[in-house]
Design a protein around this ligand. Sequence first.
Ligand SMILES: Cc1ncc(C[n+]2csc(CCOP(=O)(O)OP(=O)(O)O)c2C)c(N)n1
Ligand SMILES: [Mg+2]
Length: 322
Amino acid sequence: MTGEPDRDHALTLLQQMLRIRRFEEKAAELYSLGKIRGFLHLYIGEEAVAVGTMQALTPEDAVVATYREHGQALVRGTPAGSLMAELFGKATGCSRGRGGSMHFFDASRRFYGGLAIVGGGLPVAVGLALADAMRGAPRVTACYFGDGAAAEGEFAESLNLAALWTLPVLFICENNLYAMGTALARHQAQTDIVLKASGQGVPGEAVDGMDVLACEAAARRAAETIRRGEGPRLLECRTYRFRAHSMYDPELYRSKDEVAEWKQRDPIATYAASLRAAGILNDAVAAALEAEVEREIAEAVAYAEASPWEPVEDLLKDVYTK
Ligand SMILES: Cc1ncc(C[n+]2csc(CCOP(=O)(O)OP(=O)(O)O)c2C)c(N)n1
Ligand SMILES: [Mg+2]
């Protein structure tokens, strides 16, 4: 880093997006090798949303995410090794290897999942925010969810209660246009998520989810309003996943041309290009960033490989509590 705050911040955003991209590319590779099993939903293409919006959060704030949460966990600061070990199912994983890709959890960083039920995170976020509000803490709970969650009753119920009780929730809809193979317009009569939110009393804003700076600016505006005690806000970040829904998906619901078009707007490539134009990034700086991320991911994999499995004697541990 250069010691210049604006420059450093600009490069940090790029590095955080790169870290997510490389972490997931490696995870996909290890999946093909059988090192990682079960579901694996990649965030590739959507990195600007987690990286941009999470700049508005402090360590005291809380985060609730979906099963597509590798990016949020990395930005939150959970070590890549602990996350990779979780993907491997090892005992050193952030959920002790019991959760896998969809259930990252790190209470020490107020990262409350990693939740596999579509829409299931929204009431959890409202509960966390209610607890913070009752304690008088000026904290924000950031709640990430997909466009598919807008179809769930929990969406309306959670936004309604958050607005009714003026709770400090930042709802962040990652609208990547599809819920598995179902386009938003095939399951919603009203496809405008901001309008749906306003119907529940939650003001919102649509944001270019491929633009990390736009996501950061919108999240900062919304978080400030929430911290002033003005109640919940929603951001609809319009984005796109470049990969399949999970690891296997014939992708019959979208055309190759559509995917190629969105890839032109790759949030990492476009942001890197803008930094080059501004004289912040050059070949040497880019190579150094890549090398650092690569080293971190290699260390994470080595840590996961070397980590132990949970002993068989612990099979029933935590299944029941007294
Ligand atoms: C309540 C519920 N219904 C169905 C599913 C099966 N399911 C898993 S992911 C998914 C699509 C969700 O799409 P979206 O909310 O847009 O998130 P994205 O995968 O696009 O990030 C569905 C229907 C589920 N996990 N939970
Ligand atoms: Mg979606």
